[in-house]
Ligand binder design. Sequence first.
Ligand SMILES: *Cc1c(COP(=O)(O)O)cnc(C)c1O
Length: 388
Amino acid sequence: MAAGKSRGRATRLIHAGQVKGGRTVGPAVERGSTVILSSAAALYDEGSVTYGRAGLGVQNLLAEALSDLEGAHHVSLFPSGLAALTGAMLAVLKTGDEVLITDAVYKPTRRFCAHVLTRFGVTTRYFDPTTSPDALIAMAGPATRMIVLESPGSLSFEMQDVPAIAGLARARGLLTLMDNTWAAGFWFKPLAHGVDLSVQALTKYVGGHSDVFMGSVATADPVVGALLDQAIWDFGWSVSPDDAYQMLRGLRTLPVRLERHYASGLAVAGWVRDQPQVAEVLYPALPGARDHALWKRDYAGAAGLFSIVLRPVSTAAVHALLDALSVFRLGYSWGGFESLAINGDPQFSVRERAPSFAGPMVRLSVGLEDPEDLIADLARGLAAVAAA
Ligand SMILES: *Cc1c(COP(=O)(O)O)cnc(C)c1O
């Protein structure tokens, strides 16, 4: 649909991928493996869709809407966020290549590199997420092919200077891939800052209801787009039209949900920072927090996901905090309407250099509940820390 580029972000997302002249505001869901062809000639026509695995109407509309969101030439859909990350790497890497990856990367990405990429002769080196762009590029050797960024890291929230890294990498002929799930393709646009592959777990904020898996890879480069399509076809990845419908529906309310996550995130983070049991809040959007200047320069807003560092206490006290919560539920993942909490320290053991914080760390995903209730819940949790 010819939505003018001059329209606002919310209007664009609400109209993206809508079918002109349809009877309902959402598209019809075509469920099909088989596609009926109209003639014998069409059976072997390379230019027409002859099988449903590559996606039919709804998947195409979702990809179109995500292209508008990401400012992309091409968007590929994958069955999960992790599949999008691993699929993007498999689409462009070959034996002998080396990948430089932020040490703060989403943990399963690291597992894939260790278990799968190594078997195909692709090596991985991790860089400290606080490495300067110049020092990072200086790490690249003749075999280096790609740099994988995640900013902020979704547990410890270190930010990278993505525009600087992407610019230097491109000048050296290195590809950059960014896991941009935290910004949901909305608050930060990696492609506009020179990143080659912008990946997000749609499972999180785009889906928004913690009940559907999907991932996307966006690129501004038609050559990279063709490689992604080829990999999807060769590997046999597919996403269901019903899931694609849910993601398209999620996109309609993404801006209004994200505004609320951002506002509530700031309210809760600002309150919690001032509590005596808390040493630090790791939330780049919070004035005074680490990397706030970088966030302010590049981001239009923030996710509701951040971490709090407690003053030194026992693991039992951290468990007491989590077990005292009732509005925040305990669970992995984030980006849904419901608030969630986990303790993060057990995950730092996989890192080459674990971040050194003043005390134990708890990650919060601030959902869409009334922020006063979230604050009251945390007050109960922090009281349990004091009592433990
Ligand atoms: C959840 C998550 C993923 C993976 O998404 P799935 O759909 O669960 O596979 C990737 N990156 C980040 C930062 C995530 O939080």
